[in-house]
Design a protein around this ligand. Structure first.
Ligand SMILES: NC(=O)c1ccc[n+]([C@@H]2O[C@H](COP(=O)([O-])OP(=O)(O)OC[C@H]3O[C@@H](n4cnc5c(N)ncnc54)[C@H](OP(=O)(O)O)[C@@H]3O)[C@@H](O)[C@H]2O)c1
Length: 390
């Protein structure tokens, strides 16, 4: 970690919806002496964000503003070279993300983002993992609701099971929330590229070394009623099971044979059927260009749920882990998953990388692998619960 750099953290994307919330969070939770800056392509918008931050805390009156545009790699290299950790909320990441990953990998700068796009993560592994291993950069994708509660919840749960037995774990997500324009655009873009996503994943699978003597995989899941939790479960093919299984491959605590399945949980069957139909229709619309473009026009970028809606939102992830005849149930829960808690998770991930005593890692790593218990402690201290239920 390059401690000698002029800035601890640079936030790229503060002029957007989630980036703005992340800026507010850092402005109100910065440890004493934090050296941070905002980066973006539009100087006027950056100044407006800085004025808002200064109204929250006058320390940020002179917060440095850096020019950075994803279409100009030199500006990204300059940002990466000045910072210890770069946060980016500039998405869709498949569209805008790679140049900053490349700059951070080359400069040995830690990097955190909010992607939920599996293809992007696999492409970045293929293109920049080795460079980051050599430079010492930790490239940590999916530091928001995708996939922090799932990745750290799985880590927390396996910590209550023996590590010398096969572990079977399922995560069941329940939430009340709405999404921003940026999230909708990223999701539609990602859904429209199923073939490319499969190709990137299989290319990575054939190139990435597997852990010796151990195995870790996401398992195929089918809709059913959970006998332990009593919810109707629908398979949830997000990036989360992939990330959890990667942590399982990296960390011996997940035992010799780790299997993870990931679901949305509903109380009643009609909700489950309605949810499956809605997701199926959206997935279908994403494949058909005119329908996709029509949907994207209706949800503009830069906007998202207001404070009242966020305050009324919540999430819970239940985990059921089984190993050697032992069962453990745990729960991770918090407020608005997509934005209030996501901006907290993202900002705390950056602070954790910058200031905590962490196991030595480099290259593309998961939140469990890079930060693990240190990040759980930070999130717990700010209201996200991790608890053993039974
Ligand atoms: N997985 C999760 O848990 C989760 C949760 C929330 C958000 N997200 C992801 O986070 C991303 C952002 O979402 P959002 O709703 O905050 O999006 P948004 O409001 O549209 O913000 C996008 C940001 O990207 C910037 N940008 C666009 N093109 C740029 C360029 N060429 N150079 C520099 N900056 C550029 C915009 O800057 P300007 O202001 O200059 O246009 C803006 O700051 C999305 O990919 C979304 O999926 C993920």
């Amino acid at each position: 970690m390059p401690a000698a750099r002029e800035l601890d953290i640079v936030l790229f994307g503060a002029t957007g919806f989630t980036g703005g919330l992340t800026a507010d969070y850092l402005a109100t939770h910065a440890p004493p002496g934090l050296r941070w800056a905002l980066a973006g392509r539009n100087a006027d918008k950056l100044e407006t964000v800085r004025d808002r931050l200064a109204s929250l805390d006058e320390r940020w009156d002179e917060l440095p503003l850096l020019h950075a545009d994803v279409t100009d790699p030199d500006t990204l290299a300059a940002v990466a070279e000045r910072a210890r950790v770069v946060i980016t909320t500039v998405g869709p990441y498949l569209e805008y993300g790679e140049p900053l990953v490349a700059a951070c990998a080359a400069a040995g700068t830690d990097y955190v983002d909010l992607t939920g796009e599996p293809e992007f993560v696999d492409l970045m592994w293929a293109a920049h993992h080795e460079t980051a291993v050599d430079s010492g950069a930790r490239l940590v994708h999916a530091c928001g609701f995708d996939s922090v509660p799932h990745d750290l919840g799985a880590l927390f749960t396996v910590g209550h099971l023996p590590d010398d037995q096969a572990i079977s774990l399922r995560g069941v997500v329940r939430l009340k929330a709405t999404f921003s324009g940026g999230t909708f655009h990223s999701a539609m873009h990602s859904f429209s590229r199923r073939g490319e996503m499969r190709e990137a994943r299989s290319a990575r699978r054939s190139a990435e070394p597997r852990p010796e003597g151990r195995s870790s995989k996401p398992t195929g899941a089918r809709p059913h009623r959970d006998p332990v939790l009593g919810y109707w479960l629908l398979p949830l093919p997000t990036i989360d099971p992939i990330i959890v299984a990667r942590s399982g491959a990296a960390l011996p605590a997940y035992g010799p044979r780790f299997r993870y399945s990931h679901f949305a949980g509903t109380r009643t069957l009609p909700y489950a059927v309605g949810g499956a139909l809605g997701a199926g229709l959206l997935g279908l619309a994403a494949q058909v260009r005119p329908l996709r473009e029509l949907a994207l026009r209706r949800v503009p970028r830069g906007e998202g749920p207001d404070a009242a809606r966020r305050d009324a939102s919540w999430f819970t992830v239940h985990f059921v882990g089984e190993a050697g005849g032992q069962t453990v149930r745990t729960k991770v829960s918090g407020g608005d998953p997509g934005y209030t808690e996501t901006s907290k998770m993202l900002a705390q991930s950056a602070l954790c990388l910058a200031f905590d005593d962490l196991p030595p890692t480099a290259g593309q790593v998961t939140t469990a692998q890079a930060m693990g218990q240190a990040l759980i402690d930070r999130l717990r201290a700010d209201g996200i619960t991790f608890e053993v239920v039974a």
